[in-house]
Ligand binder design. Structure first.
Ligand code: BGP
Length: 473
């Protein structure tokens, strides 16, 4: 194995990422209300149900709500210096529109933070990760209603007041740019997507952007040590051919995604976005107060990265590939995962450079990983998974992070997605595994929930211990 001197700076944060709805389970314990996820047994692909159904794997998740101490001890054994998790909004405000928080919910996260403290792991908290309280979806149609900004502000303020002295890094909304693509999951918008007008969707987007900026303003007041980041789904895009028309298709695709980071880092809507609205005949309700609030820009930009796509202006070649929520035209030069997500480590270097050049804000890679089917085997009496495919994926992506750092990009840290197996967001399967830790639970809900260390567990521990020096270039 050839290794090289590590480009990763001292203090680079290494860890893993999860979201409450995908691992906690205990969906109706501790005073928790329902969230949109509790009625999404098939993820984004299937229809929602009227009430929680037993086939929804998220109701039990991997029972992290009861096993968090054991799980965090395993993260510590790998040497994590940071851990990204989300707070379930409906544990704190079960319906979302109450005036007083649920103390039992807050106490759970106090205990979780105590455990992280014990192991010296820096928390990285997502305030809203695809788990809007169901009541807000059903009563207000989610983020289409301006009142959501007020409910979110109260929720964010509650978190900053309670945890602001012990949590430094905060993310306001997970993948805020997914709202237009997955309105129910991402924006708690109950009206079926097919019945939603673009006017309504863009207004909901505006409400989230304002709420995000207000959270930053509140944090400045009540938690001065907090550093607030936005979180976007990154999707680098290449022209399918060198034609100017395809290059323009790339620019348009990019603009549709970059506008979120532009607003978060510059505090106002860019001209290209205003043109899009004009051409679509959309008139957003933007108050003077909104404009002022948007100027509360973030301290850093965080993002997920799984894949890149291609773009074309040729309608005949515009086939929709599989992908992380938004997808795009498949790139003929790349291989794909079992779920059709195209694997492109170099794309991570490209997107890091693009974001740094554009925004000049520290960057945090808060999701990256390979969803794959794993087989639990027994070697010398120890149960494990020989996940060389996952090691190769992560190694190659981390090497590109190192390249970007060498390019001069300021990268705060890296948290691999689903560091412990959990329920998939898009398909609600457990068999789409990302973890360093195997959890014995199957798509039919069977399994002991026991945890086993995969081969990648030991590999990642080495990478962290050597601050990237153990990566194979
Ligand atoms: C991101 C979400 C995560 C996560 C990940 C992997 O879009 O922020 O919640 O699940 O994608 O996607 P999936 O679970 O669909 O494989």
């Amino acid at each position: 194995m050839s290794t090289t001197a590590s480009p990763f700076p001292e203090g680079f944060l290494w860890g893993g990422a999860t979201a409450a709805n995908q691992l906690e389970g205990a969906y109706n314990e501790g005073g928790k209300g329902l969230s949109v996820q509790d009625v999404m047994p098939r993820g984004i692909v299937g229809p929602r149900t009227a009430a929680p159904t037993e086939d929804n794997l998220k109701l039990v998740g991997i029972d992290h709500y009861h096993r968090y101490a054991e799980d965090i001890a395993l993260f510590a054994e790998m040497g994590f210096t940071t851990y990204r998790f989300s707070i379930a909004w409906s544990r704190i405000f079960p319906n979302g529109d109450e005036t007083e928080p649920n103390e039992e919910g807050l106490a759970f996260y106090d205990r979780l933070l105590d455990e992280l403290d014990k192991h010296g792991i820096e928390p990285l908290v997502t305030i809203s990760h695809y788990e809007t309280p169901l009541h807000l979806a059903e009563t207000y149609d989610g983020w289409t209603d301006r009142r959501l900004t007020g409910f979110y502000e109260r929720y964010a303020r509650t978190l900053f007041e309670r945890f602001g002295s012990r949590v430094r890094y905060w993310l306001t909304f997970n993948e805020i740019n997914s709202l237009l693509h997955a309105p129910f999951m991402s924006g708690g918008i109950n009206t079926p997507k097919s019945e939603l007008s673009e006017q309504t969707l863009y207004q909901a987007m505006h409400h989230e952007l304002v709420a995000s900026a207000r959270a930053t303003r509140i944090a400045r007041e009540v938690a001065p040590n907090a550093r607030i980041g936005c979180m976007v789904l990154s999707m680098p895009v290449y022209p399918l051919t060198p034609s100017p028309a395809d290059a323009l298709a790339v620019m348009d695709f990019d603009h549709s995604n970059l506008v979120y980071g532009d607003v978060h880092t510059r505090g106002a809507y860019p001209g290209y976005f205003l043109r899009t609205l004009r051409e679509k005949g959309i008139e957003l309700e933007i108050t003077d107060q909104d404009r002022e609030d948007l100027q509360n820009t973030v301290d850093f930009v965080s993002f997920s990265y799984y894949m890149s796509v291609a773009a074309t202006a040729d309608p005949a070649k515009k086939v929709a590939g599989e992908g992380n929520i938004m997808g795009g035209v498949p790139n003929p030069t790349l291989e794909a995962s079992e779920w059709g997500w195209q694997i492109d480590p170099v794309g991570l270097r490209i997107v890091l450079n693009q974001f740094w050049d554009r925004w000049q804000k520290p960057l945090f890679i808060v999701e990256n990983g390979l969803g794959a089917k794993d087989e639990l085997v027994e070697i010398d009496g120890v149960k494990t998974v020989v996940d060389d495919y996952r090691i190769a994926y992560l190694n190659d992506h981390l090497v590109q992070v190192g390249e970007a750092i060498a390019d001069g990009v300021n990268v705060l840290g890296y948290t691999s997605w689903g560091c412990i197996d959990l329920v998939s967001a898009s398909t609600a399967q457990l068999s789409k595994r990302y973890g360093f830790i195997y959890v014995d639970r199957n798509d039919d809900g069977s399994g002991t929930l026991d945890r086993y260390k995969k081969k990648s567990f030991h590999w990642y521990a080495d990478v962290i211990r050597t601050n990237g020096g153990a990566l194979t270039v």
